[in-house]
Structure formats: structure tokens, C-alpha cells
Write a protein that binds this ligand. Structure first.
Ligand SMILES: [Zn+2]
Length: 272
């Protein structure tokens, strides 16, 4: 049976914040909300708040709600302004993952069916399904990961897809394969400093600045992409400040290019 999606789409006035780019999706990314709110509440909160964070669908134990059109990008994978996750993937949040239990289980079950339906509609195979962690290393979908069930969830989607008469694979797996390889790289931890770092004269420099730069680069906000070592030089100059600014903008922080406690917390959360 086809799952009906209830739409509560973001207003066009907020496209600039929530979904500025047209998108031809190539992947579906699965998340856990790490919250205990319903799909309706997740979507209404997301479309009404002033953070850039956004996602296309939220699924709970009863229904699927949509907040962003699938032909627009959403900011849900933390892989930067031009990251493939953010620019080429449809974000599906599974609700009630914080506390788990029966409601979460039912939500996950419905999400599995819904993702299979999305794949079928597009003629895609299971190779198009990603977890948030694949894009930027964030421990998400946290409940599926902590319970060691990612492969099981994927297998369940594949089974549903087969039942719907869908394809086993999309045939175009070269990019998909490459992504899988790069996403499996191990994350390192960063000793982010607690002070305030900003552009001043003389410029602030040293190992703690290097840590900030490395953390930004790990999330694809390179201080100077393409430059030697991507601009990781231990100097808090305008380019590093600009990377901090882009990071802040993407994460609902005030975008002043100054690294302080709030930016540290956000970086730590995304990298843990
Ligand atoms: Zn996520």
C-alpha cells in the first residue's frame, strides 16, 4: 500500500535559509531525530525556526510528514555548502529515537517502508541509501548505530523494495562505491580550545588554531580549499575566519567568524 505523505512545506520566503538550491537527488540519507517529538512537530519546528538546518521528511509511528520539496536541497548532513549529502540527498528523519521503545520501533518500520517507496518511485536500488554518518562522520542515526543494526535496516529496506517490485541496484554504482569507501574512513578526535579566536593583529597562531582548522576541514569547511594542506597552517587569518563564518551560518550560530564557546560546542557535537 502506498504511503501517503502529509505536506507542510516551508514557505518560499524561507527557501534562502532552508533550501536555497535546486536539487536532482541521487541519494537518500537516514537520520534519527535524537528527540521525542512527533513527525508533525519536527516538521513544523524545522520550517518555522531560524536555523538553516532542514530535512525533507520526518517519519513517526503514524505518518510521514514533508517540510522541504524533494527538488530543493536541505541542510541535514553537515558536509558543507557543496557537500554531496547536503546537495544531492533526500533527508529522512526517524522520530522518537531519543527514548526508543514501541513508538520508535513503529516509526522505524514505517520509515523502512517509506524509503523503499522513494527508491521504487525513482527506479533506484538500495545502493542509494546512506546514513548521515557516511557524509560527515556524525553519529547518526544514533539509535540504529548504537544497536548495531544499520545493515539490518538496509536489508529490511531492500526486502520492502523487492516486495514493491523495485530494482536490486541502480546500475550506476561507480559514484556510490567511491562514496562508501571514503565514508568508511575513521574519524579522529580534535582537542578544540575553549578560548576566543579571531582575526587580530598580530595574528593568533599555534597548535590550538591548527585543531580548529582540522575540525573545520573534517566537516568540509576548509580554511583554504585547494591550497597547500587545504590552508591548515595554524594561523587564524581571514580565510580561517571565513571558514568559521560559513560553518556558523550553516549551523544557526551568529556568523561573525569568531571561534568561541558556541562554535566549539557545535563542532564537538558534530565530530563526536
Ligand atoms: Zn542526522
Amino acid at each position: 500500500m502506498t504511503i501517503t505523505v502529509k505536506k507542510n512545506l516551508v514557505s518560499e520566503a524561507k527557501y534562502g535559509l532552508k533550501c536555497p538550491n535546486a536539487m536532482t537527488a541521487q541519494y537518500i540519507t537516514i537520520h534519527n531525530t535524537a528527540n521525542d517529538a512527533s513527525a508533525a512537530n519536527e516538521i513544523s519546528y524545522m520550517i518555522n525556526n531560524t536555523n538553516s538546518t532542514s530535512f525533507h521528511f520526518a517519519v513517526d509511528d503514524k505518518e510521514v510528514r514533508q517540510g522541504i520539496p524533494t527538488n530543493r536541497n536541505a541542510w541535514h548532513t553537515g558536509d558543507g555548502t557543496n557537500g554531496t549529502g547536503n546537495r544531492k540527498s533526500i533527508g529522512v528523519e526517524i522520530c522518537y529515537s531519543k527514548s526508543g521503545g514501541a513508538k520508535y520501533k513503529a516509526a522505524e518500520k514505517l520509515a523502512i517502508k517509506f524509503v523503499a517507496q522513494l527508491l521504487k518511485e525513482r527506479g533506484w536500488g538500495i545502493d542509494r541509501v546512506r546514513k548521515h554518518q557516511d557524509w560527515n562522520g556524525k553519529y547518526c542515526p544514533h539509535r540504529i548505530l548504537s544497536e548495531g543494526r544499520w545493515d539490518k535496516v538496509k536489508a529490511a529496506i531492500e526486502k520492502e523494495l523487492k516486495a514493491l517490485g523495485g530494482k536490486a541496484s541502480s546500475g550506476k554504482t561507480s559514484t556510490a562505491k567511491k562514496k562508501t569507501t571514503s565514508s568508511s574512513k575513521k574519524r579522529t578526535s580534535y582537542a578544540l580550545p575553549s578560548g576566543i579566536y579571531k582575526v587580530k593583529s598580530p595574528m593568533m597562531k599555534g597548535a590550538s588554531v591548527t585543531q580548529i582548522q582540522k575540525a573545520l576541514a573534517a566537516l568540509y569547511f576548509y580554511p583554504n580549499k585547494g591550497a597547500k594542506n587545504n590552508g591548515i597552517d595554524g594561523v587564524y587569518g581571514p580565510k580561517t575566519a571565513n571558514a568559521v563564518k560559513r560553518f556558523q551560518l550553516m549551523h544557526g550560530l551568529s556568523a561573525d567568524g569568531i571561534y568561541g564557546p558556541k562554535t566549539k560546542v557545535k563542532l564537538d557535537t558534530l565530530l563526536k
